[in-house]
Design a protein around this ligand. Structure first.
Ligand SMILES: Cc1cc2nc3c(=O)[nH]c(=O)nc-3n(C[C@H](O)[C@H](O)[C@H](O)COP(=O)(O)OP(=O)(O)OC[C@H]3O[C@@H](n4cnc5c(N)ncnc54)[C@H](O)[C@@H]3O)c2cc1C
Ligand SMILES: *[C@@H]1O[C@H](CO)[C@@H](O)[C@H](O)[C@H]1NC(C)=O
Ligand SMILES: *[C@@H]1O[C@H](CO)[C@@H](O)[C@H](O)[C@H]1NC(C)=O
Ligand SMILES: *[C@@H]1O[C@H](CO)[C@@H](O)[C@H](O)[C@H]1NC(C)=O
Ligand SMILES: *[C@@H]1O[C@H](CO)[C@@H](O)[C@H](O)[C@H]1NC(C)=O
Ligand SMILES: *[C@@H]1O[C@H](CO)[C@@H](O)[C@H](O)[C@H]1NC(C)=O
Ligand SMILES: *[C@@H]1O[C@H](CO)[C@@H](O)[C@H](O)[C@H]1NC(C)=O
Ligand SMILES: *[C@@H]1O[C@H](CO)[C@@H](O)[C@H](O)[C@H]1NC(C)=O
Length: 572
């Protein structure tokens, strides 16, 4: 009786928030009739996991709400804000059964995805989300997950490329509202004695918020190139690269302290003076594995002026792409030493430097600027743009960058990636192999990105658990493939295979190393690739803090592949 009453209350809560419930099926409440204690404990803090596009389907039709969803479907901010919406939509679906509730991201007015015989089905959207406010909420969720055998996931912004923040029938810890942020010029990690300037963020803070805060305090924090990725969730715990990382380090190099609830229910402080094993694990071992981070403190640096060179051309021309990437490869070692970081695509190079003075830029960048001048003069290349400028702060650069470059959002996407070591740049022969491998990947899957975001000239003073290959690398290279809302299972598998195969020529000439947060979902030998020599130690720490596997995720340290939470991953 209690169960039935609690379930009715849930429906009322859902309706008052403007979302209707799934009419035909509540598979979760059927198989797990014991959500009731959660409702009693959390009340309105417990949110039913209703698919984002449900108001566009007969299961919950509401034309006003549907228009809002259509308008915001490919907006990263809206998706990152919404419990059941994920940045890449396959993680809302069950890929193995094709249960889904999607629109056509290529044509948002297309009505075929929402008409019969299509249905809105929950797929991999968690059954319930707890709007986390305190450590106590997390402790309760751990107990509940353990006693009811319910898979637990942590959902921050939903950016994860490997679907680690959703799972069918799961209970999600939603960290979005942990938005506290503060700055302490003399932050001393608890139990330590040395003070450093530090920014402390709640687990729900996103880069856009953090950059604005840092700018208003005249300081720099090192973070990612996307507004809505979280500061202290997957990004930080898995490594965290930035266009500033060449000289200023990865995110994990700059963490001073974590506040974290481990699966045994303890709220712990992890820093270099206490719970050092946990601190090590949370500096590269990956999100969703060792505990639920409530708060992190990261190093704040003085403001940086950024020397910036941007060269772009509109034409897609393999000859020009090859010349561009050859120039980048020929200068890569020198430029890394001089402090340049940035990005490149087949018709674009953006280089930024926080340590070089303005007068040194044209000599340093001469090969690139000469190339730009040549193609500007030639009749074939169209719209060649060359910008040489100084940005007064990281935020001013970031605002300009994000106004021009927006990531793919609301689509289905398979990524693959490789870390490219310094040795690939040491001889003209190795550079030629590298450039050819980059070109072949970009031919197979157009949209290759070279990220000059490895900590190539940064000297770490403390241990981290990312693959040591990061320290020898200059490039992090990503390739992507996509598929439409109505792709068949075979087509989805083919896209994952295509994305993976496109970097095979890079795999052949590099060590087994890839960034855990932006990796092939089916990365072969992923333990070596993500963590190298650190894996064995990470596994011990996982077993110490989470012997019951309350936190587990795809290709995470110590995961149990047999768990039902992975039933929607394809067998590729
Ligand atoms: C458009 C885009 C741009 C990106 N740009 C960059 C970039 O510039 N640099 C870079 O390094 N990476 C970048 N990434 C990759 C990014 O680091 C990962 O997607 C990362 O997993 C996002 O973390 P999140 O917490 O925001 O997302 P979520 O998907 O919410 O979470 C990701 C993982 O972290 C876990 N997690 C989240 N919060 C917590 C917590 N509080 N405690 C413990 N575990 C937690 C989740 O369980 C999940 O496993 C980008 C990704 C996208 C989609
Ligand atoms: C439809 O959605 C709108 C906006 O989301 C909401 O205000 C309204 O109450 C909903 N209508 C019904 C009948 O649920
Ligand atoms: C996301 O939510 C925040 C508040 O948490 C709000 O300020 C912001 O405007 C929202 N963004 C979008 C795109 O909805
Ligand atoms: C989709 O429909 C809206 C509203 O009817 C309209 O404004 C918009 O131009 C349409 N978009 C496309 C791509 O047809
Ligand atoms: C956020 O900061 C406020 C004010 O300092 C404090 O009262 C509150 O407990 C903090 N919340 C969390 C979750 O840390
Ligand atoms: C910002 O900080 C720098 C160095 O830390 C200092 O030189 C400068 O005066 C500060 N600017 C403002 C506006 O406070
Ligand atoms: C590509 O660029 C090269 C060098 O400028 C030029 O010779 C060639 O004609 C271009 N090819 C195409 C297809 O535009
Ligand atoms: C997928 O849907 C689109 C319209 O959204 C349609 O044009 C296409 O033919 C469909 N493909 C398949 C394989 O059904």
């Amino acid at each position: 009786m209690l169960t039935v009453l609690a379930f009715l209350t849930l429906q009322v809560v859902a309706q008052t928030t403007g979302q209707s419930t799934l009419s035909d099926a509540n598979p979760d409440s059927a198989t797990h009739p014991n959500w009731a204690p959660l409702q009693q404990k959390f009340g309105e803090q417990l949110i039913r996991g209703l698919p984002y596009a449900q108001p566009c389907f007969s299961e919950g039709f509401n034309s006003t709400a549907c228009n809002t969803v259509r308008a915001a479907y490919t907006n990263e901010g809206s998706r990152a804000n919404t419990t059941a919406a994920y940045i890449h939509t396959q993680w809302e679906t069950c890929q193995t059964t094709s249960q889904q509730c999607l629109l056509n991201f290529l044509d948002l007015n297309d009505s075929s995805p929402t008409k019969s015989p299509q249905h809105c089905q929950p797929g991999s959207v968690p059954s319930y989300f707890i709007d986390v406010k305190s450590a106590d909420d997390v402790q309760y969720a751990f107990q509940f997950a353990k006693s009811h055998q319910v898979p637990l996931v942590i959902r921050n912004t939903g950016h994860d490329y490997e679907g680690r923040s959703s799972a069918p029938g799961s209970l999600a810890l939603w960290t979005h509202h942990l938005k506290n942020i503060s700055y302490n010029t003399q932050f001393v990690p608890q139990g330590c004695s040395k003070a450093s300037p530090g920014i402390t963020v709640g687990a729900g803070v996103q880069w856009e918020d953090a950059y604005a805060f840092a700018d208003s305090h005249n300081i720099t924090i090192v973070g990612g190139s996307d507004k809505s990725v979280g500061v202290a969730g997957g990004w930080l715990q898995g490594g965290g690269h930035s266009a500033l990382s060449n000289t200023m380090g990865l995110g994990v190099d700059r963490v001073l302290q974590y506040k974290v609830v481990t699966p045994d229910g303890h709220l712990r402080i992890a820093n270099s003076c206490q719970n050092q094993d946990l601190f090590f694990a949370l500096r590269g071992g990956g999100g969703g594995t060792f505990g639920v981070v409530l708060e992190a403190t990261v190093l704040a640096s003085p403001p940086v002026q950024l020397q910036t060179v941007i060269v772009s051309f509109t034409s897609q021309n393999t000859t020009l792409s090859k010349e561009l990437w050859q120039i980048l490869a020929d200068s890569a070692l020198t430029w890394a030493d001089q402090g340049w970081g940035g990005f490149s695509m087949s018709n674009l190079a953006i280089l930024i430097n926080p340590v070089m003075s303005k007068d040194k830029v044209s000599a340093s960048m001469k090969p690139l600027l000469d190339f730009a001048a040549t193609i500007q003069d030639s009749a074939t290349a169209q719209d060649v743009q060359v910008v040489v400028t100084e940005f007064p702060t990281w935020k001013s650069f970031f605002d300009a960058f994000t106004s021009d470059h927006v990531a793919s959002v609301g689509s289905n996407l398979a990524i693959s990636s490789r870390l490219i070591p310094k040795s690939s740049f040491s001889t003209s022969q190795s550079r030629e192999s590298l450039v050819n491998a980059l070109l072949s990947a970009n031919t197979a899957t157009p949209g290759l990105i070279i990220l000059l975001t490895a900590p190539a000239s940064f000297k770490p003073t403390e241990r981290t658990s990312v693959t040591p290959a990061w320290r020898d690398s200059i490039y992090h290279v990503t390739a992507v493939a996509t598929w439409n809302w109505n792709a068949t299972t075979e087509e989805k598998k083919a896209s994952y295979r295509k994305s993976s195969a496109s970097i095979d020529n890079l795999r052949k000439i590099t060590p087994d190393a890839a960034y855990v947060n932006e990796a092939d979902v089916y990365e072969p030998n992923y333990q070596e690739a993500f963590w190298g020599d650190n894996y064995a130690e990470l596994l011990q720490i996982k077993n110490k803090y989470d012997p019951d596997h309350l936190l587990d995720c795809w290709h995470c340290v110590g995961w149990n592949p047999r768990s039902s939470r992975y039933s929607c991953y394809l067998d590729v």
